[in-house]
Design a protein around this ligand. Sequence first.
Ligand code: GLC
Length: 461
Amino acid sequence: MRPTLNLLVCVLGLHVLIPTQTQAATDSGPSAIAATESPAQREARIAWWREARFGLFIHWGLYAIPARGEWVQWSEQIPVEEYAKLADEFRPSQFNPDDWAATAKAAGMKYVVLTSRHHDGFALFDDPQSDFTSVKTAAHRDFVADYVKAVRAAGLRVGLYYSPLDWRFPGYIMPDVQRASAEAMRAQYHRQMHELLSNYGKLDLLWFDGGETDWLSFGGDWKGPGWQKRPSDQHYRGGFSWQHEKVHEELRRLQPDIVINGRADMPEDFHSREGAGALGGYDSEHPWELCLTLVEGPWGWQPDCKIRSLETCVQFLVGAAGRDGNLLLNVGPRPDGRIDPPQAQRLREIGEWLKLNGESVYGTRGGPYLPGTYGVSTRRANIVYLHVLHWPTGKLVLPNLPARVLAASVLGGGEAKFNQDGGRLELEMAPAQRREIDTIVKLQLDRAAGPLPVIEVPTAN
Ligand code: GLC
């Protein structure tokens, strides 16, 4: 459940609060569906995803045309029929999923997640029972099919985002009063899931959004004449059910290895943290991923948004890895299908950085040093990588490791002096050898780093 409700809009003549795009990480909400495998089996199934550490999120749909973000229909209260006309204009002349995949690869990303259908209801794939798809409107193209092929061919893992909720159905807002509408929305969800899971070969990842029962009516209840947000410890008690168990059963039957997030009240393989404020704490028990926009702006295309600096992007990437999570970095391609060139350029710069420093990110786990003012740490085999984002003046002094350091070096070349006497680990390095963004000190240990307990780092560091 992730109900951060703080934007006031007018709907049906009443003021309601709607979720903004930045939501804090919370637990995944009620799931009555039992997991069908042991924790060890799950770890084996999601191992590729853990090792990948870095993926590309793509928000693309009709909302790219008005270019005011993917919530434009809702936030500007555009009538369904009017919004639907955008489909007549949606003929992306530069759509080239090979370019998307090449850009993701150049960025050092290992998987891609495309919005197959967002909250506006427009499907980028074929649904024989709906006309509101890219196949039945101006584009006459199954973008999901082309995307899956291209991403697969590039050797990347294939993910799809899907929103069970659909703003075109009043039943989403009033699931009890408008029960028939809510059930029609559910029928669409089940049918479209079936299409996606059956028609595109193997899918590696399904990224649900807005399928939590507690997200119906944006997490509120109609009380008398008003709408009230439910306190976070209270759940929807109405009579509508998404019947997620049916989808879950089919999903595990048709795509047994698929990795899913927790936004549809199913046993989650990983938890979604969302937005720049939600990096959160270290957690090596519950797999998690931070999703973040590359621009300081919405997920869908909007021109003139500031692009986050290379430094910020790297800080988020290693910040996630050091907390034992992934980063899913988002671009919203333009209406013609192109990723905005300056954004693609930033992605390539991240890839250049990863070419030099990727061994401290891919296939690592977070820790053993917990994040602190100094930065974060990652580990694999007999190595601990200290990602020093801020050098203190002078030496970096950390609590000692319960292992002997055999050697210390700086990734990319350079010497780091270390001293383990006196219950501390001291590191010294000439300022000229420090890197601008992230100085990565590679510590070679006398034993495996994985089993070492986590170590708190006092804030002075
Ligand atoms: C949110 C928003 C949405 C965005 C997504 C990405 O819940 O509703 O627009 O697609 O999360 O995490």
